[in-house]
Structure formats: C-alpha cells, structure tokens
Design a binder for this molecule. Structure first.
Ligand SMILES: C[S@@+](CC[C@H](N)C(=O)[O-])C[C@H]1O[C@@H](n2cnc3c(N)ncnc32)[C@H](O)[C@@H]1O
Length: 235
C-alpha cells in the first residue's frame, strides 16, 4: 500500500466502523463468513494482517490475536478492543517469527497490497505446519469489485452508469479507489505456486450490492458468486 492510502485509512478510522454500523446486515453476513473461515480458534495463536480497528475481532475471543496495522488511528482502536499490535507498519516491511502462528489471516486487507506473492510467502513461513492462511476479501470479478472499479474510473458513484443501482450507503469511494483489487483465481494461483494443495472456499454477499443490506446472508461454499470470499489455504 502506498503512503497515500495509509493516510486515507488514518483519516477514516471512525468512519470505517460507522460504515459497518450503517450497513449492519452486510456486516453480519461478513462476520459469519469471518467466523466460518477461522473455525475453532480455541487455544490457537492468530495473526491478523491489516487488523484495522479490530472490529471483527471484537466479536470473537481476541485474547490470542496479534495484529499488524499501518494506520495508527485504526490500530489504536484495535488495541482498545484488546488486540496486541505486533507492529505498526506494512506487512511488506515487518519481520515475522517463523512457525509461530496457527492461523494468519487478511480480512479485507489484501485489497490494499500490490504484490501478494512475497506477502504470502512471508506469512507461510510464519505459519506452523498444519496451520491456515486465510484471505477474506472482495473479489475483483464480483459485482462489488465492478462497482468499485467503475466508481474509481468515473471518480464518483454519482455517475449515470451507476444511476439507480447503488446501495444506500456505499463503501467510501476514497477507500475503494485506493484498493488494488485482486481476483480469487489470482490468489489461488499464487498460493498453488507456493506449494499449497489443500483449500476451502466460502462466500457471502451473493445478492447484488444494492440488496445486500436488506438482511443477513448465510455463508455458502465456493467462491464464484460472492461479493465477499474466503480462501482458506492449509499449510
Ligand atoms: C478494509 S480495511 C480492513 C480492516 C480490518 N481487517 C477489518 O476487516 O475491519 C484494510 C486494512 O488493511 C490495512 N492495510 C493496508 N495495506 C496494508 C499493508 N500493506 N500491510 C498491512 N496492513 C495493511 C489498512 O490500514 C486497513 O486497516
């Protein structure tokens, strides 16, 4: 992530949580996916890369979760919520201990990273054998991905191309525009190149974006329809 987008998250810490509160059903759907991907975390050591404000972690036992976060504003809230910030910085710049974690996950953060392969490699080294490396994110190929990229191209959601099809309270365009959207196939391909053979895939936000906050959605298997997708890679 560039220095510029780090500043953007700095300015958006409270706004970010507020956005989820205004999109409460969407948040519930994403939280269900988050919990499903993590599975049973009892007795496990976790690392949340780009933990942000630790919002999702505040709904689970976060006593064994370390965080890495470049934004001081976001990280300060996460610390208040009980996460231990291992390091304030970009994952690209952080040295991780080897074979230290049972689960390392990126919830919504890999969309702000240009080059995922070295980040995956580093995370796999820090993972214990049998551990899980998890990427949960908006796929580039999803309706949400298209909406964010179209808004970015038009420099506004207020364009005739999106007229009448936007959610009531869309994700701030400044944050969407600083994303580096990756497809699910791209992430799977990179993980395979790094030797991962065993995967699980889960998805939510199957409805089109303008309807996703109407009610919470159940998590389903697979990755080809959702606006929020979890890739669980087994080391
Ligand atoms: C969309 S937010 C997700 C925050 C949190 N995980 C959540 O789900 O609420 C993306 C987060 O990733 C962080 N981030 C962006 N680039 C990063 C990088 N290169 N290394 C670590 N964190 C990064 C941002 O500062 C931001 O807090």
């Amino acid at each position: 992530m560039s220095e510029m987008s780090r500043q953007k998250f700095d300015g958006y810490a409270n706004h970010y949580d507020q956005w989820f509160m205004e999109n409460d059903n969407l948040f519930t759907s994403e939280l269900l996916l988050f919990k499903k991907a993590l599975g049973d975390i009892t007795g496990k050591k976790l690392l949340s890369v780009g933990c942000g404000s630790g919002l999702f972690e505040s709904y689970i036992d976060n006593s064994n979760i370390d965080g890495i976060e470049p934004s001081r504003d976001m990280g300060a809230i996460a610390e208040k919520r009980g996460l231990k910030i291992l390091k304030y910085g970009l994952i690209e710049d952080v040295d991780l201990p080897e074979q230290a974690y049972d689960i390392i996950y990126f919830n919504g953060s890999s969309s702000y990273m240009e080059d995922l392969k070295p980040v995956m490699e580093k995370s796999l080294r820090a993972l214990k054998d049998g551990g899980k490396l998890i990427f949960i994110d908006v796929p580039k190929e999803s309706a949400f991905g298209f909406m964010y990229m179209l808004g970015t191209c038009a420099q506004s959601y207020d364009t005739k191309f999106l007229d009448g099809v936007m959610p009531a309270c869309p994700y701030p365009l400044a944050l969407a525009a600083s994303g580096v959207w990756h497809s699910t196939e791209e992430k799977i391909g990179l993980l395979k190149e790094l030797g991962i053979e065993k995967f699980e895939f889960y998805q939510t936000l199957i409805k089109n974006p303008m309807y996703t906050n109407e009610e919470p959605e159940e998590v389903s298997d697979g990755y080809k329809s959702g606006g929020y997708v979890a890739i669980v890679a087994h080391k």
